[in-house]
Design a binder for this molecule. Sequence first.
Ligand code: EPU
Length: 339
Amino acid sequence: MRIMTKVFQHADLSDRNSFHVKQYAARLVEFETTEELRAVFADGVPERWTVLAGGNNMLFTRDYDGLLITPVSQKIEILGEQGDEVRVRAEAGVEWDDLVAWAVERELWGIENLSLIPGKAGAAPVQNIGAYGREAKDVIRRVEMYCPHSDTMLTLDAAHCEFGYRESVFKHALKGRAVITAIEIGLSRTPQPHLGYGDVEREVEARGGATLRNIRDAVIAIRRAKLPDTAELGNAGSFFKNPVVDRSVAEQLQARWPEMPLYPAAEAGKAKLAAGWLIDKAGMKGHRDGRVGVHERQALVLVNLGGATGGEVIALARKVQAAVRDKFGVEIDTEVNIL
Ligand code: EPU
């Protein structure tokens, strides 16, 4: 068997994280097959290691003194069909949006609302990526992973993934214990448009109605209008999560700010607020501190204006959190992983 892993010592991470901060990793290994992945751990599990997929949800604040593992596998295949469901398997290194484009080309419904989300397919279950009323958990059926401590391949059914809003078992019990190698998703040949969120319906109608292509194009247009392109302006999408608070707290806030957006939360007695709105109303939208800033068109996004360090981004994040706390008494947590 040929082992083709690419190993990088003192790896420059500038182009491997969407914030484009210049930090180094002691060692970085790209793997394609599970055999290659196993070989990486053949001499034991290093003390410090983690997976770096697209680096779209990570902020490096210092050099990483350990091993980073990057999936580069690219295969997408149809496993079979049962009833209305078409089961598709994508390897971890597939770009998420390439998977969405692949599905839309084949007239398969289910992930079109998740168009243009940056990142790899293998990372999608970790934070249960979501946009425009849909989440990865709506389609993920199984997750394949390698567990280096036991040197085993395991497949987890969705029911055991503990999916929640930007949450999963991979951020908790399985953190540091598993490398996702592939996902299986269930798509449908029957049209199932979900247009209820924000401007989606209007943008879809403007394009002539709810075809897969039009929904994908509408979502791409909405995202491009609000979210900065990481190639031009380093960022990690939403830097903060939308806070989930007690309903009573949400109602008090809404009594004072009737225009405040409010969303239902999965937990009873709770409601989800829009962190972007809170940051905006706290006066921080477009705020700049040297080489970092709060994006002008979407206050949830922090941007590297050029040459910023992770530490500078964190300092701005703390300031944003304090501004929201002072004005609304609400804590907003980071969505991005800070390393
Ligand atoms: N808003 C403002 N000012 C802002 C930003 C937002 O007033 O600067 C208001 C909007 O007008 C709207 C509400 O806040 O009433 C919500 O804004 P939006 O619909 O843009 O969505 P979001 O809650 O800010 C979430 C996700 C995004 C996802 C969008 C669309 C999180 C943390 N973020 O943002 O995900 O694309 O919904 O579904 O849940 C990401 O995770 O990286 C990401 C971009």
